[in-house]
Ligand binder design. Structure first.
Ligand SMILES: CSC[C@H]1O[C@H](OP(=O)(O)O)[C@H](O)[C@@H]1O
Ligand SMILES: Nc1ncnc2[nH]cnc12
Length: 289
């Protein structure tokens, strides 16, 4: 039995049905930040507590821009999750990252616009470091787990998060390649930012579904293509999650990410907005008392 671990899984496109938990219970969890994508499903997998949330809601109701990323991370934190693994469909910007293969993201470029990207704000200012937006320990576990499940896994890759919902133009797709991005999606930001603010180690297990639009000879990507590849890979993604929980160290040791708020809050206690402080009971209760 792995002590101290409670794995949060955010299921992306093609993975709204969950990961097949034992003793599963569906629980609506309220958040002061508004409506999460849906109720969480909490249960166990190999004796480890796991809580699942479908990012786009049941039946893929929400486009990337309408997802309440703050509420989603807040409810996972409220459920007592210790670490968050995000499952995502991604486009490939490199020949060697082929559809059907997995990429465990290690860097992110944020090209989203207009999304709520922080739990903090006027009345309680915080600046957390985001140089390394994913947790190396969880990412390494995801690599081993996905390999153990039989997937071809690339252990690193830079993810460019676009606003969407349209896919990129050819010019954009080629520009992202020049910038050094390896894969493309619409959801890892602000998810990664918010997980960090909530002191939740976060990693992205990306499943390559297409080659985006940078290749001269090929037609651009279509949503049907993404879902067809995801349908074919959903079971492999679930197997990777089962492998991950089976490979967790017997005891969860502290991660530096667990305490990033220790030195991040800059607003003087007497200048803090009481309503915002109350909203942050789950995300920052550890440091706000
Ligand atoms: C259905 S194609 C575009 C859609 O797929 C990805 O979703 P997710 O990251 O939740 O798996 C991409 O980010 C877009 O939201
Ligand atoms: N090519 C692509 N662009 C953005 N998001 C995606 N998700 C899957 N494939 C994608």
């Amino acid at each position: 039995m792995a002590r101290g671990w409670h794995i949060g899984i955010i299921g992306g496109s093609g993975l709204a049905e969950g990961v097949g938990l034992d003793e599963a219970q569906e629980i609506p969890v309220a958040s002061p930040f508004g409506e999460p994508s849906g109720p969480v499903i909490t249960g166990t997998l190999g004796g480890v507590r796991v809580t699942f949330l479908a990012r786009h809601g049941a039946g893929h109701r929400l486009p990337p821009s309408a997802i309440n990323y703050r509420a989603n991370i807040d409810v996972l934190k409220r459920c007592g999750v210790s670490d968050v693994l995000a499952l995502s469909a991604i486009g490939s910007l490199r020949e060697e990252l082929a559809p059907g293969q997995f990429v465990v993201v290690d860097q992110v470029i944020d090209r989203t616009a207009g999304r709520e990207g922080s739990f903090f704000g006027p009345g309680l200012v915080a600046h957390v470091g985001l140089a390394d937006p994913v947790c190396p320990r969880l990412a390494a576990l995801a690599v081993e787990a996905a390999r153990g499940a039989g997937a071809v896994v690339h252990p690193a890759g830079c993810y460019v998060a676009i606003e969407g919902p349209q896919f990129s133009t050819r010019a954009e797709s080629r520009m992202y390649r020049e910038w050094g991005a390896d894969v493309i999606g619409m959801t890892a930001m602000p998810e990664a930012r918010l997980a960090r603010e909530a002191e939740l180690p976060y990693a992205v297990l990306g499943m390559v579904t297409d080659y985006d639009s940078w290749r001269d000879s090929a037609a651009g990507v279509e949503a049907a293509e993404v879902f067809a590849v995801m349908r074919a890979n959903a079971e492999l993604a679930r197997a990777a999650v089962r492998e991950l929980v089976a490979r967790l160290p017997a005891e969860r040791t502290a991660s530096p990410i667990d305490t990033v708020l220790d030195h991040a809050l800059v607003t003087a206690p007497e200048a803090r907005d009481r309503r915002l402080v109350a909203w942050l009971d789950a995300v920052a209760g550890r440091v706000l008392g």
